[in-house]
Design a protein. Structure first.
Length: 111
């Protein structure tokens, strides 16, 4: 397997794929990133990230059925793999640990 560290955009893509579940395909991923972050990634940037994540075995894809609304073209759907889920958990753990080290910002657990 190739390196497992994530860039910020790759992390957003993984998070969105996980959040969208069975509806995670190019346009829905792009729209959700725009909605959540205010960024409007290009289709090329998104596809590059998806290819990298597939190479890292963090996502897998499947091709759906052709639809008339898409002129007979098929959608490519993405889902998280166990490697992708573990990468997200690791990234979240690191962020949380560092965040909680900042005086005045630490989130205290509910007791």
């Amino acid at each position: 397997m190739k390196r497992t560290n994530l860039g910020e955009f790759e992390e957003f893509v993984l998070l969105v794929i996980g959040a969208l579940g069975s509806e995670a395909y190019g346009v829905s991923i792009k729209n959700e990133i725009k909605k959540r972050t205010g960024r409007n990634p290009s289709v090329g940037a998104l596809h590059s990230a998806l290819y990298r994540l597939e190479d890292k075995r963090m996502v897998e894809s499947r091709v759906g059925g052709a639809t008339a609304e898409r002129g007979g073209r098929r959608k490519k759907y993405y889902s998280l793999t166990e490697v992708g889920k573990k990468a997200l958990v690791a990234a979240n753990d690191i962020r949380s640990e560092l965040f909680n080290m900042i005086p005045g910002l630490a989130i205290k657990p509910n007791k």
